[in-house]
Design a protein around this ligand. Structure first.
Ligand code: CTP
Ligand code: MG
Length: 548
């Protein structure tokens, strides 16, 4: 009976915690009463993409009168949604109700009038609003209310968390403050859609899809925008071939490898982004990486973008992480807490190098949760066993099959609090036998390391790859030492009396996020023992090679 009560309690908890902080990329499924609040990954992607295609991005004056601005645009059709934000100026994202409005808008938009300069006449959905006369769009006194696209400062976050009454509440508060918002998600899909318009100059049927933390439910405001140019949707692949008789096929250039084709495609698309892409600056083509990519900054959105091609496995990985995050609210909570703690203590960094990446850290959290006495999430092998025929997926020889329907997965009967889980995480990795064992979420059990590297985390789908190949021994040691310290700190905070009043001193998760005095950041560490330039370049190249 006790067990049954616990299971019911967990089911309730799954719903409650999941609903408490609903990630912005989980669209509500209003038609499906059975699984209210949850939607399959592919359905979300499609819906978001379609939404983005009906949207435009407009640079405007900071004092734009919102009402008049929207009225002016509505001559092209009904506006379904809009918001303003600040990034190198004020921008508005405007979503029309119908696709035709975009065509109507394009008809009415002027080419810029410039003196002493020339423009590349590439038309996109990134526009500027000029106010030529107060009669059209007069400026208001205050300007529109802008939606934040960046996280609050760490000190403010610590203060906010210190006022919470439990570590579980602190985690919820952290997620509210840090995770990508509804608007930020819209902007991410819109930037992909703008990129698609550029790539469509070469491949009219292509698609550009976000992956990684923009869509896997673990994204923090300000995280990079990973996207991939999807050419698999190009028609003609599945046209049935007659057994006999006449048949026409396209004449196409051939290359001796898929990689060479990807490199050629990214070369021209990268060139196009660089020369014609409005708002795209600092374009670098990193074509010799293991997964070739074009990196650039999209200034209007302030996103650091990585455009890859032919990267379907990473898309599947994003779906898998999304599913794990939806299984139980504690998964996202713990990943956010650990990722935030790791960033503060420079375990992770935005600069590529020999440190643990957010992706590796996420897989480590999942592995830890699979190994609890009462596992909180199932193994990937179990998710594979629940898959139906429609879930079958083999990409470049890699079996990427797993169930995509949340309702087919039985809730696990783990009732631990986030406080217990966080403390358990630190203990688990304080004593993990990294020297001998590999982390493997497919099996949910540590495996013998297949190669001599400081940290081995098997890629969930490309099983011969180590996702943490870049990590050196010093970084791993530092991570372990910080885990020991984290465990100790949490135990201390359990025995300490919590501060009260207007500004209580940091405790629990807040205390964990206080940067240790004198702990050098990544920059500091570099200064203390600077490697020769050749070593640093080697390490940078290695990390780029590892980037998928
Ligand atoms: N990826 C992978 N193997 C790696 C690195 C990355 O499969 N060694 C895939 C993962 O699907 C990952 C995505 O590429 O989610 C994007 O990588 P990255 O930007 O490094 O990680 P994110 O999960 O997006 O996290 P962050 O917020 O740091 O960008
Ligand atoms: Mg990323």
């Amino acid at each position: 009976l006790l067990k049954r009560i616990q299971i019911i309690d967990t089911c309730l908890q799954r719903r409650i915690v999941t609903n408490a902080v609903e990630p912005s990329n989980v669209l509500k499924n209003e038609d499906n009463g059975e699984q209210e609040g949850w939607k399959a990954f592919d359905a979300i992607q499609l819906e978001r993409q379609e939404q983005a295609e009906r949207s435009v991005l407009i640079s405007c004056h900071s004092k734009t009168n919102e009402k008049k601005f929207l009225k002016y645009l509505s001559i092209h059709g009904d506006i379904k949604n809009s918001f303003f934000y600040e990034s190198y100026g004020t921008y508005a994202v405007v979503e029309f109700a119908n696709q035709e409005s975009i065509a109507s808008l394009h008809e009415a938009v002027n080419l810029p009038v410039v003196s002493n300069e020339s423009v590349v006449p590439f038309k996109s959905r990134l526009l500027s609003l000029r106010s030529l006369g107060a009669a059209v769009v007069p400026n208001s006194q205050t300007g529109p209310k802008c939606k934040p696209q960046a996280t609050i400062p760490l000190t403010e976050l610590i203060q906010r968390l210190s006022k919470e009454e439990s570590i579980d509440h602190q985690v919820t508060s952290l997620m509210k403050a840090y995770q990508v918002t509804e608007e930020n998600t819209r902007l991410r899909f819109l930037v992909c859609s703008l990129l698609k318009d550029i790539a469509a100059a070469y491949f009219p049927e292509c698609n550009v899809r976000p992956f990684g933390s923009s869509v896997n439910g673990f994204g923090k405001l300000g995280c990079d925008l990973d996207m991939f140019l999807d050419l698999d949707s190009i028609s003609g692949r599945n046209v049935p071939m007659p057994k006999a008789g006449l048949v026409l096929e396209y004449q196409m250039k051939r290359s001796n490898s898929e990689r060479a084709v990807t490199q050629s495609i990214l070369t021209v698309v990268g060139e196009c982004v660089d020369r014609f892409g409005p708002g795209c600056v600092g374009v670098q083509k990193i074509l010799n990486a293991r997964c070739p990519l074009v990196r650039f900054s999209h200034q209007p959105s302030n996103f650091q973008c990585d455009l890859t091609a032919n990267n379907r496995v990473a898309m599947k990985t994003s779906e898998l992480l999304y599913l794990y995050g939806c299984l139980d609210g504690r998964v996202r909570g713990l990943v956010f807490a650990v990722r935030c703690w790791a960033r503060v203590h420079s375990v992770t960094s935005s600069i590529p190098g020999a440190w643990i990446s957010n992706f590796s850290l996420t897989v480590m959290v999942l592995f830890y949760l699979q190994g609890r006495a009462a596992p909180l999430i199932p193994t990937l092998d179990h998710l594979r066993s629940l898959a139906g025929p429609a879930d079958k997926s083999v990409i470049e020889g890699n079996d990427c099959t797993f169930v995509s329907d949340l309702s087919k997965i039985q809730p696990q009967d783990n009732t631990e609090t986030l406080e217990q889980l966080l403390c358990g995480f630190f203990h688990f990795y304080s004593t993990f036998p990294f020297a001998r064992k590999s982390i493997n979420i497919r099996k949910g059990k540590e495996q013998t390391k297949p190669e001599v590297v400081p940290l081995h985390i098997q890629n969930p789908f490309e099983v011969s790859l180590n996702v943490s190949k870049n990590v050196n021994a010093a970084q791993l040691e530092r991570f372990v030492a910080l885990c020991q310290e984290g465990a100790w700190q949490l135990e201390q905070s359990a025995t300490l009396t919590r501060g009260t009043g207007h500004a209580p001193s940091p405790w629990g998760l807040a205390a964990l996020l206080v940067p240790a005095a004198g702990t050098p950041g990544i920059k500091g560490r570099k200064k203390r023992k600077r490697e020769p330039a050749s070593e640093r370049i080697k390490s940078l190249l290695e990390s780029l090679k590892n980037k998928v």
